[in-house]
Ligand binder design. Sequence first.
Ligand code: NAD
Length: 314
Amino acid sequence: MRILVTGGAGFIGSHLIDRLMNQEHEILCLDNFYTGHKRNIIKWLDNPYFELIRHDVTEPIRLEVDQIYHLACPASPVHYQYNPVKTIKTNVLGTLNMLGLAKRVKARFLLASTSEVYGDPDVHPQTEEYRGNVNCIGIRSCYDEGKRVAETLAFDYHRQNNVDIRVIRIFNTYGPRMLENDGRVVSNFISQALRGNPLTVYGDGSQTRSFCYVSDLVEGMIRLMNGDYIGPVNIGNPGEYTILQLAKTIQEMVNPDAELTFKPLPQDDPKQRQPDITRAKTWLGWEPTISLEEGLKLTIEDFRDLAYSKRVED
Ligand SMILES: NC(=O)c1ccc[n+]([C@@H]2O[C@H](COP(=O)([O-])OP(=O)(O)OC[C@H]3O[C@@H](n4cnc5c(N)ncnc54)[C@H](O)[C@@H]3O)[C@@H](O)[C@H]2O)c1
């Protein structure tokens, strides 16, 4: 198949491309390199079945493809809040353009949505029926409301134009190739510990998150794309940890001498987040297989390698 991956030079997109290339598909990777990097896909650049397109999804594009994985959108608060108007344009205009493309060429379209559509949830764990508790005028709205509109667009294109859609709601995902400066908790803690800096915990660290290793997520994405269910489907790891537990685990694995510091919680920071994955289990036969310890080990190795290669370059 010829498959378009938007945001393909990013963290999740590049892992997805690795898997799809190994399955011998023809891949078109589209990215504007806002948070994505060529180094993530460099190993495919000379492969005749791989094509890199520098393009912004807020502009329309004509391509011939069978499937579209639509991931283009900065995912970490640091990056999506840097230019919130651009973030909402990416979510709304970008998704419109990609759905328009899917409609024109009759491609199957998968939207990478997010657990952020549940906002600061008052239902726990979150099932797909839960409609969320989202602040439409807060600093996270460009992202979470943007993704809610993207989901609406996908379902309206499906109902009105018969576009073949899939919607996945991704919960916190981590792994190699996350950016060390992106403010996400796993990458923050690991890079702080590697540098011997204190690990910054926001609030008292009692807020919880669940962490899914990237290879598990990619497996769920591919299953949803190629199965019969439209979704939305939660994909995440239901193992729930407090932020303080995570900080202590990483501290122990990387640098037991690193200290912890505490800072105030940012606005609208969700207190709890845990996916109910009943749908993923029954519809896709999917559940996570990589434990947090295993996944952290692989991620820490990648961060160490990157830090080492940067020192060598310097
Ligand atoms: N990582 C997570 O925990 C997580 C959780 C929920 C949802 N998601 C979703 O998964 C997708 C991928 O996230 P990620 O973690 O890989 O983030 P990422 O920032 O590493 O990847 C996003 C990619 O999209 C590209 N991009 C951004 N705006 C673009 C635009 N206007 N045009 C073209 N390309 C653009 C970036 O350059 C980057 O390569 C996003 O849609 C995100 O919302 C991620």
